[in-house]
Design a protein. Sequence first.
Length: 244
Amino acid sequence: MSTSVTSAAAAASTTASAAASTTASATAPATATATQGAAPAVAAAPSRAVSMTINGQAVGPFQVPETLMLIDYLHEYAGLTGSRLGCGQGICHACVVILDQPDGTSVEMRSCITGAAYFQGKKIRTIEGHAQRNAAGEVTALSPVQQKFLEFYSFQCGYCTPGFVNAATVLLERLARQPIAKDQVESVVTQALDSHICRCTGYVRYHRAVRDLVLSTPGLTKDGGQDKLKQDVAVESKESGHGK
């Protein structure tokens, strides 16, 4: 009698353990699935296709986040890293590019605070597009602005230089359409470069280079440009006694 009771108890215990194990195994995946299903789904960031013309070449379309800034589009998608990210707030203007508008005018645009989507279908120029290049992509000649900056030793570290080159280029193109009197050059150059920050040179050489380029380029001033400048230099030299 005692042996039968003991055997029955052992069998019951084994059956209970097996049932518990089976129940645990059956419910564990369900619990895990329920937990996973409760996690909020992360929606993909909105994106759009963006293409534009950069330095005369069609670029894109690239599928990019809608919030992507132009400077990131240039660096990460177009492979153009010459435009510099400085403050990231549109203050220092190291990042500016040139936007060529349908009416033939051009303006500076801050690429660190302007979305790439804004430039869909538009034409822009970056620092890489100023110098002349051969078929292999090698620089064969600098632009007048770049050359003048070299002549005047306008920059040191060069981080802000792309922005200054673009600003000066926009100014020269504007003066080619709307020449100014020679006595306005100083103030016009100052105004054109005033928003650009340089933490190395103190700006003087940048301003001198652009002023010299404006005065020495025919057609940018109403009183004769280079010829008038040469005449003035000759007169000043004669009056000072150096022209004898």
